[in-house]
Design a protein around this ligand. Sequence first.
Ligand SMILES: [Zn+2]
Length: 164
Amino acid sequence: MSTGANTEAAASSSPSPGNKRCAACKNQRRKCGQGCALAPYFPASDPQRYACVQRVFGASNIARMLQNLPVHERARAADTMAVEARRRVQDPVYGCAGVVGHLQGEIRATQCELARTQAQIAVHAAVARAHPAPGPLQQQEEEEEDDDAREPFQGLDAYALVPR
Ligand SMILES: [Zn+2]
């Protein structure tokens, strides 16, 4: 049981040349050797990924760009090319810029909404200051102010009685 799984895993991780070619080599109809520079980034399981990249960037450019990079940066470069190429295939006019423009539009709309809401809050606050709500709240405030003034109230009574 476990031996079967091991042989399956081994077979998928080390494809025999010609039989299980990477998507790039299959697309280019060439042998895929052990040293194929594109095999790690364009697996046979996702032929569409290489097809898009090849259509947008061209086969020789893909190989050249990846080989000019240090190995640890190649996976990210391949992913970036794949995303850019897929967007370009989906949207031939704007490509990735279409996504950027769409997101910038959403940011602008949200900023406008935020500014509108802040303006409404400011208006309500100004109205509340100019016309304080009549009723218990205002009376309470006045009473509180009076309370402050009346703290020495006993003394005031005394002043009222004492002519100056
Ligand atoms: Zn290959």
